[in-house]
Each structure stands twice: as structure tokens, then as C-alpha cells.
Design a binder for this molecule. Structure first.
Ligand SMILES: Nc1ncnc2c1ncn2[C@@H]1O[C@H](COP(=O)(O)OP(=O)(O)OP(=O)(O)O)[C@@H](O)[C@H]1O
Length: 258
């Protein structure tokens, strides 16, 4: 159903020893939208992402995804439930082709184990063929299908980031988490990626991203939340966020904002 929250963070707090990194964070990510989390360096954005994906446990509060509490389950179980992510640091397999990179991302979701492969070779081959076809389609979504048989190592930095995106989509996620998707990209790569992410949204995916590039975030997101020193200081449409005095001060400092 459109606009029913897909992901909810309820009064989340996180401390590392005596350091309170997140306090009372409430976020609601609607289905079918692109939601952006922004904030100055060290505000706690990566910590939020790591809590959602189960890499970290919250000190307080709860996280609900598709109506279920996911706050205490293991990262791979969270992936199985439909959350996929890309990382700030590229993690593609450089010695594999683009196609193989995406097929590897699918394997957890395929029905054939080792026994299946031995005793039902025909079925296994069919499954593999379908996986390759699907991988090619995902590569076409980020306009890399013409390079499907090339080694990932031969790609530019921006293209490798797009390959990561295709691989994340291979798990058929309900929610795609993007960790600074345009970091290190040149302006034309950023513009291209903007169109591709919009197309991915049109295909029914919900997206949650953290990103520093304001033009990208403002141009792409339906809603944006702003984190500063571990607290949400504003939430709204890009237009509302652009004109919010507290947000301007958080980025520029009080004196400069004045
Ligand atoms: N494992 C950890 N142990 C101790 N402190 C941590 C740990 N992880 C993060 N922090 C601290 O938590 C705060 C928030 O860090 P976080 O990486 O979430 O911020 P961020 O908003 O993602 O920053 P950036 O935009 O620079 O990536 C920082 O002060 C950081 O030093």
C-alpha cells in the first residue's frame, strides 16, 4: 500500500561507552518513496544505517520493517526480509565480470543448493540461465549491460558504484539503502545516476539514502530528515529543509547563517 511506513525507527538511541551518538531518533520511511538522511560529519548517519542493517544493536528504542521488529535479528536475516545496501567503500569483486558480480548477489535467493546441482542438473542450469538473464536486466537499469562480460576491474570508479547498486538489487529488496551513492563521482556521472535511481523508484523500490551532495539529495528525495549531533532537527520536503533555519545553522554555524 502506498505511503504506509515501510521502515520505522522509534526512539532509537545508541551509545558507544559514554558517548551518546544517537538520541531519541524517530524516522518513518514511506513505501515507494526516496527518503534522504543528511547531516554534518559525525552527526550519526552511518550509525543509523548500521543499526537498520543489524551490524549494530541499538541501546534503546525499536526498529520496525514491513510491520516486524527487526531490532534483534542477524544482518543476513535482515537481508532475507528485504533490505539491501550499498557501501561507502566499493565492494565489487574486481576479478569477476560484471555479470558474475550480479549473479553472485542473487545466489542466496536461488532454490538450488549443492545437492540440487548434483541431482537435478537440468533444473540447476535453467535456474542459472534465469539468473544470468535477470542480472543482465539489472545491469541495463544502470546502463552497464553493454559491459556485462568485462572484468569489474576495468570500470571507472563511478561505474563500479553503479555495479554495486545492480548487485544490491539482485536480492530483490523491498528497501534499498544507499550509503553516499555519488561519493567520488564526476558531475555527469551524478546526473546519470540521478535518472537511474528515479527509474528504480518507478519500478516500485523504496529507497533510503545518506548523502552529502545537496544538489543530488534535494533533486531526488521525496522527504529528507536532518541529523545533527545525534538528534533529528528537521524533517520534511526538500523545499522545507532548504528553508529551515536550524538546518542552515547546523551546516553553516550560527554566525555565518545570520
Ligand atoms: N564503533 C564506534 N565506537 C565509538 N564511536 C563511534 C563508533 N562508530 C561511530 N562512532 C562515533 O559516533 C559519531 C557518529 O559517527 P557516524 O559515522 O555515524 O557519523 P556520520 O554522520 O556518518 O559521519 P560522516 O558523514 O563523516 O560519515 C562520531 O563521533 C563517531 O566518532
Amino acid at each position: 500500500m502506498q505511503n504506509q511506513p515501510l521502515l520505522q525507527l522509534n526512539n532509537i538511541s545508541k551509545s558507544f561507552g559514554g558517548l551518546h551518538v544517537l538520541q531519541d531518533v524517530n524516522l518513518s520511511v514511506p513505501q515507494g518513496e526516496i527518503f534522504g538522511l543528511i547531516g554534518p560529519n559525525g552527526a550519526g548517519k552511518t550509525t543509523v544505517l548500521n543499526l537498520i542493517t543489524g551490524l549494530l544493536r541499538a541501546s534503546g528504542g525499536s526498529i520496525t520493517f514491513a510491520g516486524e521488529d527487526i531490532g534483534k535479528i542477524a544482518p543476513h536475516k535482515i537481508t532475507e526480509r528485504g533490505i539491501a545496501r550499498t557501501f561507502q567503500n566499493i565492494r565489487v569483486f574486481k576479478e569477476m565480470t560484471l555479470l558474475e558480480n550480479v549473479v553472485v548477489g542473487m545466489h542466496d535467493h536461488m532454490d538450488y543448493g549443492f545437492a540440487g546441482m548434483l541431482f537435478n542438473l537440468g533444473g540447476y542450469r535453467k535456474c542459472e540461465a534465469q539468473a544470468r538473464e535477470r542480472a543482465l536486466e539489472l545491469l541495463s537499469w544502470v546502463r552497464l549491460d553493454h559491459k556485462a562480460q568485462m572484468l569489474a576491474d576495468s570500470l571507472s570508479y563511478g561505474e563500479q558504484r553503479k555495479l554495486e547498486l545492480a548487485r544490491a538489487l539482485a536480492t530483490k529488496p523491498k528497501l534499498l539503502l544507499l550509503d553516499e551513492p555519488v561519493a567520488g563521482m564526476n558531475p555527469s556521472e551524478k546526473t546519470e545516476l540521478m535518472t537511474e535511481i528515479l527509474n528504480i523508484k518507478q519500478r516500485g523500490f523504496s529507497i533510503f539514502m545518506i548523502e552529502h551532495d545537496m544538489r543530488f539529495v534535494m533533486g531526488l528525495c521525496d522527504r529528507i530528515a536532518v541529523l545533527n549531533f545525534g538528534r533529528i532537527i528537521a524533517e520534511g520536503t526538500p523545499e522545507q529543509i532548504k528553508n529551515n533555519q536550524e538546518v542552515i545553522e547546523a551546516y553553516l554555524g550560527k554566525e555565518e547563517a545570520a
